[in-house]
Design a protein around this ligand. Structure first.
Ligand SMILES: [Zn+2]
Length: 174
């Protein structure tokens, strides 16, 4: 039996050494600070994995879905700009956020949509036939991050509901 005084430093070393392996440090994600320059965009899943939390990686890079009412922003009313968690691109603004009651942050338009219902360029749409449904997936056009889906049951003026995972976005308060 070793004396405790030698075991404790050993234990501390093991714990500290294990931390970077088990969870990405969100503070190491430069997209939290602002829009990444083109040459700073990750090029592989491995690079994204190092920057994102496990949930962010699963949702944004692997097309996962966070549980309803579990995400950071479903009920947020703070004014500001929502940017892509992967590349920092501004995607949605608080002014177009509305209370959909569905448990995910919902917007009636992307940040660069025009009033005449042109959907803008920052968000791309793709047909999604997974889970026995026909839905329209929306991604960050710049880096391909999965954001969520868009439905046509939203409020005026667009009638659209962009149902977005909190894990795919980060809010810059105004
Ligand atoms: Zn992006």
């Amino acid at each position: 039996m070793k004396p405790l005084s030698t075991l404790f430093p050993l234990l501390a070393c093991l714990l500290l050494g294990a931390l970077p392996v088990t969870a990405a440090d969100p503070n190491e994600n430069p997209a939290l600070a602002g829009r990444l320059p083109d040459d700073a965009l990750p090029k592989s899943d491995e690079e994204y994995k190092k920057r994102l939390t496990p949930e962010q990686f699963e949702v944004a890079r692997k097309k996962g879905t966070e549980r309803a009412f579990s995400g950071k922003y479903w009920n947020t009313k703070t004014p500001g700009t929502y940017r892509c968690i992967c590349c920092g691109e501004p995607l949605f603004a608080s002014g177009e956020k509305f209370d959909s009651g569905c448990g995910w942050p919902s917007f009636y338009a992307p940040i660069d949509a025009a009033k005449d219902n042109v959907k803008g360029k920052v968000v791309a749409e793709h047909a999604d036939r997974s889970h026995f449904m026909i839905r329209t997936e929306v991604t960050c056009r710049r880096c391909g991050a999965h954001l969520g889906h868009v439905f046509d049951d939203g409020p005026p003026p667009t009638g659209l509901r962009y149902c977005i995972n909190s894990a795919s976005i980060t809010l810059d308060p105004k």
